[in-house]
Design a protein around this ligand. Sequence first.
Ligand SMILES: Cc1cc2nc3c(=O)[nH]c(=O)nc-3n(C[C@H](O)[C@H](O)[C@H](O)COP(=O)(O)O)c2cc1C
Length: 257
Amino acid sequence: MNILAIIGSPKGKGSGFAIVKRIEEEMQQSGPVNFDYLFLKDADLKMCRGCFLCVTRGKELCPLKDDMAEIERRIEEADGIILSSPGYVYSVSGLVKNFMDRFAWTNHRPAFFRQKLMLLANAGAGMHKTLETMRNCFGAGLEIAAELSFMTPPWPLSEKVNRKQERILKKKVQAFLQALEKPAYGEPSLGNYIRFRFFREIAESVKEYLPADWEYYRDKEQYFYPVRVGAGKRLAARLSVATGLALMKDMAPAERI
Ligand SMILES: Cc1cc2nc3c(=O)[nH]c(=O)nc-3n(C[C@H](O)[C@H](O)[C@H](O)COP(=O)(O)O)c2cc1C
């Protein structure tokens, strides 16, 4: 089993890294696992310039020449991904934000389905906000198998709290391991299915503005990959997408109103 641990602290080996090392130790107890560490502070991943070409016309048009393709390959080869960010002003670190921006096209056109994702946020407080941002990292498709919120204030915590955090870490590692054992390309969660239907609908209705999206979705009728989706989920998604689109009607191109 291959795990890619993406470390988003500008310190590199700070407290987030120490927690990921604990996760690694815990996982190794359940069987052999290969850990590959990607320190964003050392990666040549340039700042997104905001041209938006990756989203509108295709990621191959990104003008930045750096480690992006290599990072994509490492994600593709992994079975599980751990994305770790310190909480910075109730959000993610700048390194993680830029990482997410560089992968913004996966929010429109998901690319990773086989991998299971574990999110880790560490700070003194407000980690739920950090996790909220991180959930959008790769868009729909891949399953978020576990989310770990870990307190790391600049002072020592009591033994009782340390034991509690350790118990939670072990529980989250088990959830991650269980998800990693599940077969890939299973029936999507309702959330991922709704996102698929929603983005497909938008892609079709503004195909002249987002041609890369329509190119991606036009032959995907059921889901991102061939799979049976239950009738209940299909109905719930239809209602949810119809409501979402009605609420967003002002966003339609001027010539359609
Ligand atoms: C720019 C910056 C902003 C931060 N913002 C917050 C914050 O909003 N809330 C908080 O509890 N800690 C905040 N922190 C503290 C870090 O989250 C904390 O030190 C964390 O343990 C660092 O993790 P690391 O060692 O993995 O880098 C901030 C630190 C920095 C450098």
